[in-house]
Design a protein around this ligand. Sequence first.
Ligand code: PGA
Length: 241
Amino acid sequence: MKLIVGNWKMNGRRAALAEVEAVAAAADTAGARLWLAPPATLVMAAADSAGDRIAIGGQDCHHAEDGAHTGCISAAQLVDAGARFVILGHSERRANQDESDALISAKANAARAAGLDVIVCVGETEAERDGGQAEAVVGGQLQGSLPSGADGLIVAYEPVWAIGTGRVPAEADVAAMHGFIRARLVARYGPAGGEVIILYGGSVKPDNAATLMAVPEVGGALVGGASLKADSLLAIAAASA
Ligand code: PGA
């Protein structure tokens, strides 16, 4: 079964909890495992409403457990709110909050120590791909931003130029990059690296999900825009089955 993760980014008010409930209500027959990362303001309420039916997660966390970090949220606080996973190193945070590989790795280790599964995002820009640098960039991100162990780790390959643009890479390019990521994970973690789920993310929609999810080494999807409505997230899950 594929893992389909919705990333709501900075979208959603209380009223959107109805979408969480609709996804949770359909989880048993969805055809995929479903996880949702609403904005931090909704994590606790979403986790309460979802119960054990779907996992709720955060979109970022701080690497410290507590302390003088105004505006930040720790992994332990996410756990306390009912979160079961956290997305780290999303390209929007790498670009807009200047997050470095080393910082993302520190967050990933902190999140694992707190008991969260971690989804570490990697992906090249269009200029990097056009310049033949896609594997070098993704390889560097993997080298620098992963946690020390493979347990509880998920990697999301999200080409920056495919996020929110409606453009997706050719299947052969997805296959090549996922194969490259798998080889790096095995080289680093040994057999445990062979078990790490590798998600594809970037403009996954109900009408392209079946094709993308059939690519070798694609274990599921990280979905932004199309995850905001239960109907479209569930259609992606159904298409991935
Ligand atoms: P998108 O976003 O599905 O809207 O392209 C994906 C992501 O950023 O995780």
